[in-house]
Design a protein around this ligand. Structure first.
Ligand code: ZN
Length: 250
C-alpha cells in the first residue's frame, strides 16, 4: 500500500495487511535498493513478502532492514525476513543484544504475554544483527542517507529513522511517539519516563513532514506537531498520555 512517493506499508496487524501481531512495516524505494523499517512478529512473514511483490518490487532488492527496537511485534520477523531477502539487519547495540540473545524477561515478552498482547504459545526467533548503529549516525541505502536518532524511554535503546527526500522529511518514529503526540511509555523492562524526559527533545526542531509510527495512524504533513505535543506533555506534572496496545483478534 503506497503511503507517499517511494514509501509503502507492507505489513500491519491493525489493518490486517499482514499478521494481526505485526507492527507497521514500511518499505522505502531508495532508487533500486530497498529498505524495510521493522520486520513484524515473524508469524506470517510470507504475507509481508507478498505485499512487497504486490507493489511491483523484488524482495531480493531489500538490502537493509532498519530495526527500531527489539519488541516482538517489530523484531520477531528479523530472522525470517533476512533469510528471504538477504538483507542486513541494522539496529542499536542494546536492542541488537536482545535480538541476538535476550531473554523473554529482558525483551518484555513475558509481561506482554501476561497482558494478552501475544499468545502464550508465541516463541521469539533470535537473529544476529549485521550492523550496529549509534545516535547521529547515517545509514546509506541507495541514494539516501538515513539518520539514526536514538530516543530511549519506550525500550532500552530504540531508534527513530529520519529520511529526507527532496526536502520532504519523513520520520519513522516506531513506538517512541505516535500521531497526536501520545508516547510509548509502559510498565515493562527498558521503559522509563525519566529517559523520555531526557531524550525526547532530540526530536524537536526537525520540521518533520510525515510522521510514520509503528502503530496507529500516520500523517503526511505537520508530523512535527505531534512530536512537539509529546515534548510539551513531558514538561508537565502528570504521566503523559500513552498509546495502548489494543489488539482485538479473537
Ligand atoms: Zn515496542
Amino acid at each position: 500500500m503506497r503511503i507517499t512517493k517511494g514509501v509503502y506499508l507492507v505489513g500491519s496487524g491493525q489493518i490486517r495487511l499482514s499478521n494481526p501481531f505485526d507492527c507497521h512495516v514500511y518499505l522505502v524505494d531508495c532508487g533500486g535498493d530497498l529498505l524495510l523499517i521493522d520486520a513484524g512478529v515473524g508469524l506470517e512473514p510470507e504475507l509481508i513478502i507478498a505485499n512487497i511483490r504486490e507493489e511491483g518490487f523484488d524482495e531480493r532488492k531489500v538490502t537493509h532492514l532498519l530495526l527500531t527496537h527489539c519488541h516482538a511485534d517489530h523484531a520477531g520477523g528479523c530472522a525470517e525476513i533476512k533469510k528471504r531477502t538477504g538483507c542486513d539487519v541494522v539496529c542499536t547495540e542494546a536492542e541488537g543484544e536482545l535480538l541476538e540473545k535476550g531473554t523473554d524477561e529482558e525483551m518484555g515478552l513475558d509481561v506482554a504475554k501476561r497482558s494478552s498482547i501475544y499468545p502464550e504459545s508465541y516463541r521469539f526467533t533470535h537473529c544476529k544483527p549485521d550492523r550496529i548503529v549509534d545516535d547521529g549516525e547515517a545509514v546509506r541505502v541507495g541514494e539516501y542517507d538515513i539518520r539514526v536518532i536514538v530516543v530511549p524511554g519506550h525500550s532500552w535503546e530504540p531508534a527513530c529513522y529520519l529520511l529526507e527526500m527532496d526536502g520532504y522529511k519523513v520520520l519513522f518514529s516506531s513506538d517512541v511517539v505516535f500521531y497526536g503526540g501520545t508516547i510509548g511509555i509502559g510498565n515493562w523492562p527498558g521503559s522509563s519516563l525519566e529517559e523520555y524526559r531526557r531524550n525526547m527533545r532530540k526530536l524537536s526542531n526537525l520540521s518533520i513532514d510525515a510522521l510514520l509510527p509503528g502503530h496507529y495512524l500516520w500523517t503526511l504533513r505537520d508530523g512535527q506537531k505531534s512530536i512537539d505535543k509529546a515534548v510539551e506533555n513531558l514538561k508537565l506534572a502528570w504521566v503523559p498520555p500513552a498509546w495502548r496496545h489494543a489488539h482485538q483478534h479473537h
